[in-house]
Write a protein that binds this ligand. Structure first.
Ligand SMILES: Nc1ncnc2c1ncn2[C@@H]1O[C@H](COP(=O)(O)OP(=O)(O)OP(=O)(O)O)[C@@H](O)[C@H]1O
Ligand SMILES: [Mg+2]
Length: 169
């Protein structure tokens, strides 16, 4: 059957190489710039995948700084989530690495967070499968050596497809 004209074209995703942390920071700054220019682009759930030390927190730190979060940006490894309330945008940075009690999901307010508008970024979403909603975009980071990273951005929803089209236009 031919595709209906309304159906968004499947987006193949985007593969990038970052040669150094400066490249990672430059990507984060470009992304932040697009999000600030069009806040609809920041209403998304983005998951970050990759081994320990791949660079997930580093990318998020650069993104949050570029979006205007002041001061030191803590890793949420122990608290599971850190919240940031910018004038134009609410942001939640999750790290589910130590999350192991599904019963806590509701009590910790995570369901409410995912029902709220804003930007949600999650490291180790594999530890919250069945609880967290479907992501809009998955970012996979693979360490090639000390400083080089291969990165794949994959859209997982119609919103994610639009985001990637806008981010890379
Ligand atoms: N191109 C790069 N992009 C990101 N980080 C890099 C890059 N080159 C070197 N690094 C270094 O790699 C390390 C990445 O650590 P980071 O805490 O961000 O990893 P992570 O994926 O969040 O790990 P974890 O699963 O433990 O949370 C940092 O020390 C960072 O300085
Ligand atoms: Mg991390």
């Amino acid at each position: 059957m031919p595709d209906s004209p309304q159906r968004p074209q499947a987006h193949p995703g985007v593969t990038l190489t970052w040669s150094s942390e400066a490249d990672t920071a430059a990507f984060a700054q470009q992304l932040a710039h697009k999000m600030m220019a069009n806040s609809a682009l920041a209403q998304a759930f983005i998951t970050l995948h990759g081994n320990l030390g791949a660079g997930k927190t580093t990318l998020v730190r650069h993104l949050l700084q570029a979006l205007g979060v002041p001061g030191r940006i803590k890793s949420p490894t122990y608290a599971v989530v850190e919240a940031y309330d910018l004038p134009q945008l609410a942001i939640w940075h999750f790290d589910f690495y130590r999350f192991d009690d599904p019963l806590e999901w509701e009590d910790a307010g995570f369901r409410d967070i995912f029902a709220s508008p804003g930007l949600k970024l999650a490291e180790w979403p594999e530890k919250a499968v069945g609880l967290a909603p479907q992501a809009d975009v998955a970012i996979h980071i693979e360490a090639i050596d000390d400083t080089q990273r291969r990165v794949h951005l994959r859209p997982l929803s119609a919103c994610g497809t639009q985001l990637l089209q806008a981010w890379f236009s």
